[in-house]
Design a protein around this ligand. Structure first.
Ligand code: HEC
Length: 144
């Protein structure tokens, strides 16, 4: 899947600027050559996912990437995140019952809404480690 759809998508739409020479936005996407890189540098991939989903980052003189391609790539990235999360061992010292205080909650919502317009997806998929705490809070506000 990565070599078949993801790499060609980046090659067609992204490597033109995010390459070792130009490094637009200090990002060289050519470094991310295999699925393992996703687990190693999740922050970057979260940003990449955001960019692709909002198709903000593209040359003005080029057409939007094909929507079917966009979907294939974003679906793949999300499923990789889920797979990596499932493999991640739970931290035995983690306290799940803690409530977020008001400031933390506000920050979290702002961060999350800044990340994705679908809080439900973000809560469930992006940060499952925190989900048990957050979902409780967010449901009181009818976000889910
Ligand atoms: C025409 C050149 C160009 C192309 C093509 C391009 N980008 Fe960018 N990208 C930039 C520039 C310039 C920046 C830095 C300014 C900014 O953040 O908008 C940037 C920044 C970024 C960032 C970091 C910004 C952030 O939000 O943290 C990401 C991630 C990114 N691009 C992803 C992509 C992806 C994925 C593609 C292909 C779908 C792509 N870009 C295609 C020029 C480009």
């Amino acid at each position: 899947m990565f070599d078949h759809s993801v790499r060609p998508f980046f090659s067609k739409n992204c490597y033109g600027c995010h390459n070792p020479k130009l490094k637009s936005g200090s990002l060289n996407l050519e470094l991310y050559r295999d699925p393992a890189s996703l687990a190693q540098d999740r922050d970057t991939w979260e940003r990449v996912l955001r960019k692709i989903r909002w198709t903000k980052c593209r040359p003005r003189d080029r057409p939007r990437p094909n929507q079917a391609d966009v979907k294939a790539v974003t679906d793949w990235i999300e499923s990789e995140f889920e797979r990596v999360d499932r493999l991640a061992k739970p931290d035995p010292g983690h306290v799940t019952a803690r409530r977020l205080n008001r400031a933390e909650y506000n920050n979290t919502v702002r961060d999350l809404l800044g990340v994705d317009v679908h809080p439900r997806t973000v809560f469930r998929k992006t940060i499952p480690a925190m989900a048990s705490t957050i979902s409780e809070t967010c449901c009181r506000f009818h976000l889910c």
